[in-house]
Design a protein around this ligand. Structure first.
Ligand SMILES: *Cc1c(COP(=O)(O)O)cnc(C)c1O
Length: 397
């Protein structure tokens, strides 16, 4: 798809600090927080022109806002998209990306391994509106193909997946979607916009929970949907204006501050995650380590084609099941027990009893989640402190 016409020509680390800054008459260094619901017009004629679209200024913050606009433009450039709408949370973004283009009678094909709330939207919400879904194993291209029906309009997936870090072939799946006249929506949270650009591999729409790496400091919820101008104009524009999942200008400001340091944080997080993965692989108490930066990852070939970095997350399976996993998590001092991810603080989750507890035993097994599975989100702390913390906790496991 076409490159953004909003490009500053800078590399990401520069564009994420300086790109698309809207300065007020005071020429502030840090981006202004335009915490306003609306805007005033000099004259009735000016208001008329703005509503007619003859004057491109702001109308109402449910539609657009200068601080939110800066966040959208930096994300558009980073992703290489044409347009975007920022949202109040990642789930607002996922819901909008899925719902805005579908109607009763349409059919969806989705990978089975999904974030819990994404699964709920597809499994429980869509059928209420007469939209059916076929769930497939995202790794199995023939399953995607076999699921296509004449009324298939949308493909949905996350890659890498949560928590087992399975990786799907975006190019091949996008080709199948294209052949079926459907659109591929990719939830790119785990890869971050730095390590994987789904639009460049043929996906049509990318969504993020900005709550994760983009804020990255545990403060604000946020989300964003990015695509080409035509798809956004035809599908998302009116849906967004009239259902109101808008991002608060205050949160947009926190996310802008997050974008400034995103490359630095993700680099240190990835370094820590890869060191932790190497340390754990082969440890006598560890049954399996899954890490997209390691040669022994089951989809290492796809990763080499499709991703430019490893991951800030590590999936660990301990040998002695739930008791060992709990003992290990409880013994950690630096690494905190939490269900969030992408944070500056290292966080550990036991998916079977928290984020994935609502799955049936069968679905959990299919997703590769055992009682000994832990998901570790590496933070930006000193690597040695993290490894020491893990070594000590493993002794207790
Ligand atoms: C966290 C997450 C979401 C939801 O984001 P929120 O900001 O919590 O609403 C969606 N998809 C994935 C893959 C996530 O990790």
């Amino acid at each position: 798809m076409a490159q953004s016409d909003n490009s500053t020509g800078w590399k990401p680390q520069t564009a994420l600090v300086h790109g698309h800054t809207l300065r007020s008459q005071f020429q502030e260094t840090s981006e202004a927080i335009w915490l306003t619901q609306g805007f005033v017009y000099e004259t009735a004629e000016a208001a008329e022109a703005r509503f007619k679209g003859e004057d491109p200024g702001f109308i109402y913050s449910r539609y657009a806002n200068p601080t939110v606009d800066m966040f959208e433009k930096r994300m558009i450039e980073l992703e290489g998209a044409e347009d975007a709408r920022a949202m109040a949370s990642g789930m607002a973004a996922v819901a909008a990306a899925i719902l805005c283009s579908l109607k009763a009678g349409d059919h969806v094909v989705s990978a089975r391994a999904l974030f819990g709330s994404c699964h709920w939207i597809i499994e429980h919400l869509l059928p209420r509106y007469g939209i059916e879904t076929t769930f497939v194993d995202g790794r199995d291209l023939s399953a995607w193909e076999a699921a296509i029906r004449p009324n298939t309009k949308l493909f949905f997936m996350e890659t890498p997946t949560n928590p087992t870090l399975e990786v799907y072939d975006i190019r091949a799946i996008a080709n199948l979607a294209n052949a079926a006249g459907a659109r591929l929506v990719v939830d790119n949270v785990f890869a971050t916009p730095l390590y994987q650009k789904p639009l460049q591999h043929g996906a049509h729409v990318v969504v993020y929970s900005a709550t994760k790496h983009i804020d990255g400091q545990g403060r604000c919820l946020g989300g964003i949907v990015l695509s080409d101008k035509e798809w956004i104009e035809a599908n998302l524009h009116d849906y967004f204006r009239h259902t109101g999942p808008s991002l608060s200008p205050f949160n947009a400001w926190a996310l802008l501050k997050g974008l400034e340091t995103l490359p630095l944080r993700v680099r240190q997080q990835t370094h820590n995650a890869s060191q932790i993965a190497d340390f754990l692989a082969g440890h006598p108490k560890v049954a399996r380590v899954i890490y997209p930066g390691r040669k022994d990852h089951p989809q290492a070939d796809i990763i080499a084609r499709q991703m430019t970095g490893g991951s800030t997350l590590v999936c660990i399976e301990l040998k002695d099941g739930k008791r060992a996993a709990f003992n290990f998590a409880n013994a950690l001092e630096v690494i905190k027990i939490s269900n969030n991810l992408g944070d500056a603080k290292s966080l550990i989750t036991h998916p079977a009893t928290t984020t994935h507890k609502n799955l049936s035993d069968e679905s959990r097994a299919e997703a590769g989640i055992t009682d000994g599975t832990l998901r570790l989100s590496a933070g930006i702390e000193d690597t040695e402190d993290l490894l020491k913390d893990i070594e000590r906790a493993l002794a207790a496991a």
